[in-house]
Design a protein. Sequence first.
Length: 147
Amino acid sequence: MLTEILSVASKALDLVLRLVPKSAPTAKPEDIAVDVAGGEAARREGHLVSPAGWRLWLDDERPAPQGWYHAKTSTQALGMIALFGLPGRMSLDHDLGGGDTGRDFLRALEASYPAGPVPAWTVHSQNPVGKKNMESFLTQWEREVAK
């Protein structure tokens, strides 16, 4: 599963790099098709954070809080990270549907950034076992990075 996610993320990055104009130093949130909670109203009110401090909400069912970038799958989340870099904060669900999990996302993320930094995180999953596993994974990754 991890190999498949990394392969899809790599293909997504290739696609994004072909779509972003070479003259643009960085892509802006409005330049790509991602679901940002609050949409245009959030942008007008200044609630949309810049890519440098962007916030990732990974959940296939619950809506994202205003101003958070919403990914419903591991692949979408990894594609956003490929475009924007690591988020300043992430809030994660475990069960993402179709066999995809937040833990799959974390494994792929750690494989891409083994030396960190580990973004600030919250696991908001209602699955107690999945939540505990993800929290343990993130805590262990933070320990490894701190060494």
